[in-house]
Design a protein around this ligand. Structure first.
Ligand code: NAD
Ligand code: MG
Length: 388
């Protein structure tokens, strides 16, 4: 039996993780849940899974949850905490074996590091933590003997493909990208797309931020950085191909000219279950592929002129230091501005590039330096928004 904590239990990954856990009650027990603002959903998860500790994002959410529980005749939650401190205390829970890190954005960084420092096994969905502070996170993993297992489907695919192989036998890794919702549009057409258009992802049902990141190709850029840290691959050994069917989740090219790819339906329960049960596999997690109904598997190069975010991410990775954290923070601000209708789609990359260009890069050896770069980039991005 593995005792599990879920950070971000009310999100798309959190809900899928709970679906998997609910199907295998002999294997997993939920001991901790954390969420942001969706109090009614969190309350129903508390009722179903009976965690011993719960954390929410702030005081307001905390008192809302208490009121909700008492007004719905639900038992009070014993270990209820809030804010970053609350999340960190949950990460350090003695009886927890595994933490599913599925908060969206930079808010996931400190709780993830706390779980690593507590020596837990981390199933990592929160790619932003690795983008912001990859060197620190990975050295923390080594220092505290923690285990980091990827949940992102591409990285789970690579992780599955390289099992049993020596890292020096790998020539390249190829991350596949669905292309998102607006792949066929021209720059001119992208000027006028609405958040609703961009949120219609063809294959995956995900949170809003990652869905927009998929449309801009920033998601793939963040994943290139994530792959660099997880697999110790230099940027020139990480390639990206658009594969609109989302059947091949990534590919490893070996020195001898062989390729190994991982295939399944586009269902996050697959990579989540793989991380939960690693090194075993659970029974019938995903529907089988109906091979004869597949019309074909296609691949094409990403259009970096129309979608410059991917190149910005490669530049940030190559420059290193605080620049990936700046890329991430300015992206979070720009995506939120697009979602609330303040800027058009093409301005997302413009703002990120402006903030990156005006950043005075520093070595990212301390978490405080990264948090300061994150804070600076948010402020700078907000200034750029006003100029837009
Ligand atoms: P989501 O928006 O659906 O859910 C985010 C969760 O984080 C929610 O539970 C929310 O309450 C919580 N949260 C947000 N801000 C918080 C804060 N300040 N404090 C505490 N909790 C907070 O997002 P998602 O799509 O589930 O993505 C989560 C992470 O997983 C992201 O980093 C994303 O890139 C990654 N990921 C998601 C998918 C997917 O299919 N959804 C696939 C691969 C990777
Ligand atoms: Mg992914």
């Amino acid at each position: 039996m593995k005792n599990i904590i879920i950070f971000g239990s009310t999100g798309s990954i959190g809900k899928s993780a709970l679906e998997v856990i609910a199907r295998f009650p002999e294997e997993f027990k939920v001991v901790g849940l954390t969420a942001g603002r969706n109090i009614s959903l969190l309350a129903s998860q508390i009722k179903q899974f009976r965690p011993v500790a719960v954390a929410v994002s702030d005081e307001k959410a905390c008192s809302e949850l208490k009121t909700y529980l008492s007004s719905h005749d639900l038992p009070n939650c014993p270990g209820l905490t809030c804010g970053t401190k609350g999340l960190i205390s949950i990460a350090e829970m003695q009886n927890a074996d595994m933490v599913i890190s599925a908060i969206v954005g930079s808010a996931g960084l400190l709780p993830t590091i706390a779980a690593i420092r507590a020596g837990k096994t981390i199933a990592l969905a929160n790619k932003e933590a690795l983008v912001m502070a990859g060197d620190i996170v990975m050295s923390c993993v080594k220092q505290h003997n923690a285990t980091l297992l990827p949940v992102d489907s591409e990285h789970s695919a690579i992780f599955q493909c390289i099992r049993g192989h020596k890292m020096n036998s790998i020539k390249k890794i190829i991350l596949t990208a669905s292309g998102g919702s607006v792949m066929e549009k021209t720059v001119e057409e992208l000027e006028n797309i609405t958040p609703e258009d961009a949120l219609k992802h063809p294959n995956w049902n995900m949170g809003k931020k990652i869905t927009i990141d998929s449309a801009t190709l920033m998601n793939k850029g963040l994943e290139v950085i994530e792959a660099h840290y997880l697999f110790e691959m230099s940027p020139d050994k990480i390639d990206v191909l658009i594969h609109t069917q989302s059947i091949i989740h990534s590919i490893v090219e070996f020195n001898d000219g062989s390729y190994i790819a991982q295939l399944s339906r586009a269902d996050m329960k697959g990579p989540i279950a793989y991380a939960l049960s690693y090194p075993e596999r659970l029974q019938d997690v995903m529907e089988p592929i109906e091979w004869e109904r597949l019309s074909g598997l296609t691949f094409q190069r990403p259009d970096i002129n129309t979608f410059p975010c991917l190149s910005l991410a490669y530049s940030a990775l190559r420059a290193g230091g605080t620049l990936p954290a700046v890329l991430n923070a300015s992206n979070e601000i720009a995506v939120a501005a697009f979602l609330n209708g303040s800027i058009n789609f093409n301005k997302i990359s413009v703002i990120i590039e402006k903030v990156m260009d005006s950043h005075y890069l520093q070595p990212a050896t301390e978490i405080e330096v990264i948090l300061e770069a994150d804070r600076w980039a948010r402020e700078k991005a907000r200034e750029e928004l006003i100029r837009c």
